[in-house]
Design a protein around this ligand. Structure first.
Ligand SMILES: [Fe+2]
Ligand SMILES: [Fe+2]
Length: 174
């Protein structure tokens, strides 16, 4: 629970200290929670599944946007040895945002709905594992805490500019 004594400014100051990688991992956890809820939802819980998928679309679109617009280009420029990983990550985003855009307009009663969400979850889980285990640690080591905090602040601000349409994320058109 939040302490009631904290002012808005304290909160803003706190957010400023969140480094970029911590912020991205928090997003990953939020999405994983939604995936687990989806997996627990009953086969015929169509309204619940629709709501969860809408939340998943919003979270992942925003996340892909701040990674592609801010984190990936900066990491690639400042830690060039991660380039191959980043190029692969963008290809994975490409598949994910197209799946999100299909799910946006798909009826949860459609026999392909659950199958599509399942493949989406497999893709995202694999992608997150590669980010967290294979190349984020290299970025952390090379960039250091202070630089990652600056970047985290920039990404926190960047969220406000994220599109709601998955295909508006740049990897969709690449
Ligand atoms: Fe990513
Ligand atoms: Fe990510």
């Amino acid at each position: 629970m939040e302490s009631p004594r904290k002012t808005l400014r304290d909160h803003i100051a706190e957010r400023r200290n969140v480094d970029a990688i911590v912020l991205l991992k928090e997003d990953h956890k939020t999405v994983e929670k939604l995936f687990k809820q989806f997996e627990k939802a009953g086969d015929e819980a169509y309204d619940e599944k629709r709501k969860l998928v809408d939340q998943i679309i919003e979270e992942l679109t925003t996340h892909a946007y701040i990674e592609e617009e801010i984190f990936y280009p900066v990491a690639r420029a400042e830690v060039p040895e991660t380039s191959d990983h980043i190029l692969e990550s963008v290809e994975e985003h490409h598949v994910v945002v197209w799946m999100l855009s299909e799910l946006k307009d798909m009826d949860p009663r459609d026999e392909r709905f659950d199958a599509k969400v399942t493949v989406l979850m497999e893709n995202v889980r694999h992608h997150v594992e590669e980010e967290e285990d294979e190349w984020f640690p290299e970025v952390r080591k090379a960039m250091g805490r202070k630089r990652l905090q600056e970047l985290g602040e920039e990404m926190e601000k960047g969220r406000a500019k994220a599109p709601s349409e998955p295909l508006a994320v740049s990897s969709a058109q690449q």
